[in-house]
Design a protein around this ligand. Sequence first.
Ligand code: ATP
Length: 284
Amino acid sequence: MKIYEKAPAKINLSLDVLYKRDDGYHEVEMVMTMVDLADRIEMQELPRDTIIISSQAGYIPLDEKNLAFQAAKLIKDRYEVKQGVYIHLDKKIPVAAGLAGGSSDAAATLRGLNKLWRLNISNEELKKLGEELGSDVPFCVTGGTAVARGRGEKLEAIDSPPQCWVILAKPAINVSTSEIYGKLVARDIQNHPNTALLLQAIREKNFELLCENLGNVLEEVTIKLYPEVRQLKDVMQRLGADGVLMSGSGPTVFGLVSKESKVARIFNGLRGFCKDVYAVRLLT
Ligand code: ATP
């Protein structure tokens, strides 16, 4: 038997850090949603009790460092599954980009193996397992749109934002999430996003208000290290995107665009500037 799962990329409509906790983690408040750019994951039973990962992407680990491997191992150990599995990752989401590609693969693996091995694990339990794999994994288990608090694991599902185009552009650099959080000084943050207004915009499906209230406190930190992120934001704004923000710890910058007539111009303009550009829709 074979199972296929889609693992979509997430973007942060907001990312706020409230304070640094005594346990070393940052207390965050973020609004996350998914876009129609996805890895495709194929899972197939193996007669031998082993986990094998393959991928067409030459640039990700295929051993126990792969998050899909870790997800499979976790579910096997916890539910004492003695069967093996072959997992193929067809990567479409750029890696180390701030789009939670690895986390989404891990979540899709949890969902897929739950079906393949008929384990009947509830979504709540899958999210708990996901927490052990990474802060973004619980959100990726159910997707949709959510406010995440705590270190990202406390989720409140909310309405979808108004439908629009999302243009994603990733400069040719890889950013380490832990490095960016490591350089952030929570008490020095001057510009916190207005999450309440952003949530109001989503509730009211008010696209303009949504664009005005995008915000990410990690932008400043990443831009200091990689000024090309600032340039990319400026280019996207000049080309006419309605709202522009860096996702996660970067370096991917996304632009929200309501009018389809503007999409091709912005997309082509960005292609002259960087190689990794995508025009997709929100997954609402
Ligand atoms: P986040 O937004 O959650 O911080 P990201 O988009 O910045 O995630 P990923 O694409 O998840 O980052 O990759 C981060 C690291 O994880 C990379 O160094 C990569 O080698 C490793 N990794 C492990 N498993 C995977 C996977 N299945 N897909 C992509 N990267 C993976």
